[in-house]
Write a protein that binds this ligand. Sequence first.
Ligand code: ADP
Ligand code: MG
Length: 482
Amino acid sequence: MLLTELSPKIMNNTFTNKNINNLKFQNLNWITIQSDMKNKLGVDIYESWLKKINFVEEFNNYLLLSVPTRFIRDWITSRYLDQILQIIKIYKKDIVRVEFKIVEQNAKDEVIHENSKELSMKENISFIKDSYLQYNRIDPNKRFDNFIKGTSNKLAHEASLKVSENLSNYNPLYIYGGVGLGKTHLLNAIGFELKKNHKVMFISAERFMYQFVKSIKTNDMVRFKENFRNTDVLLIDDIQFMNGKEVMQEEFIHTFNALLDKGSQIIISADRAPNKLSRIQERIKSRFSGGLVVDIQKPDFELRKKIVEEKMNELNNLYSEKFNISDEIKHFISNEITASIREIVGAVNRIISFSRIYNKMPNLSETKVVLKDLLNLTENKVTIDLIQTIVCKFFKISKNEMLSSRRSRYLVRPRQTAIYLTKILTSKSLPEIGREFSNRDHTTIIHSVKTVEKLKEKDPEMVENINKLKNQILYNNKENEI
Ligand code: ADP
Ligand code: MG
């Protein structure tokens, strides 16, 4: 039975370990490891890199993990692998190594979709196990003064500010919008202000559910009710999580009514408008619409640019070295990363990580590689065919010539370059690459890659050519479609 589909029956029978054991969950709790990584390596590094790591499978003495791009894998393995392994060893000392496979974002979404049932069970179990996680924690880094305003979030920002200045102006206040657009930031900012003078409870709907189940298990419903009904301000994040959970909805509406009766302020966030919530009781939806409903839209160019600027300044104030992203890069990020503010912030963090490590700002083509998984240029668009076509065009040779066995100098270099680019830009294995280059042996492939790597060290023109080609392949590949 799915834990998400909590029926009164299981609630009465309480959660037994038997239920959980049947679901064959992994020994290692990846969520715990991730939160350790965040604590030990810092939020910056975590958000920019480590968060991208997904758990795939656990073996006796090693773990298989996945990341969305080769670049991220190389970056993580060259810089953080030791620390990651140390953290994992705390939980299972037999693990001696970690392996990464590259699972492109799109492909990964499909896998998740296929296994969604199993995954959601796992997530829930991890969640139930995470009893040490604190709720009601206001993040002091998400305040009104560092919330950047634009057309898309103006209304939500103003309403939040009003609520935090004058309780019960709009009750409930319902803020909705897509992922990473600033809902949690605003709820947190309201909590941060109001907790100065009021009793504030800030909880995600998931956590509310967890507390609720736990209280039933431990026969502690009285305290649960008291806890939530005693507050002056209740902030509930991601309310869409209540969908389908009838018993929890029942409890929630009681809490909700009790709080409104005593004049407490309620603020809710969700990923969609109240009337679009699925599997949530009509009367709850209509209660949600009874106060003020505001949305946050995707940021427009102007806001994106402002976020890049201000986040840069914020990070620069944090570190002693100062970095200046060129206008070209700023423009590029603001232009290309449009889906969410979280991604823009992540992109700026990566650029800063890059510059701190290499002691220079990335140029445009390095930026594209560093941000590849955030851009709409997934690795699967980069085919060997595309690489061959672009390289042939660049060196003005024909594809037949490139794939032939002729060893004239004017053919060898482009061929090696194409092989090298295939190795670094796709996740193809050496034999696979060999096959696509007229059945060449994998040792020839290794030789080509090594030759280009050596040439790059002493020949600036080679470096420039590779960069230009990489750029065309990763970025302008639409123009070169064949
Ligand atoms: P949501 O809850 O809507 O998914 P979050 O509030 O968690 O999104 O925001 C994602 C990230 O982006 C957070 O780090 C947050 O601080 C940042 N962020 C979002 N909107 C803004 C904004 N307007 N100004 C500054 N930072 C923002
Ligand atoms: Mg959120």
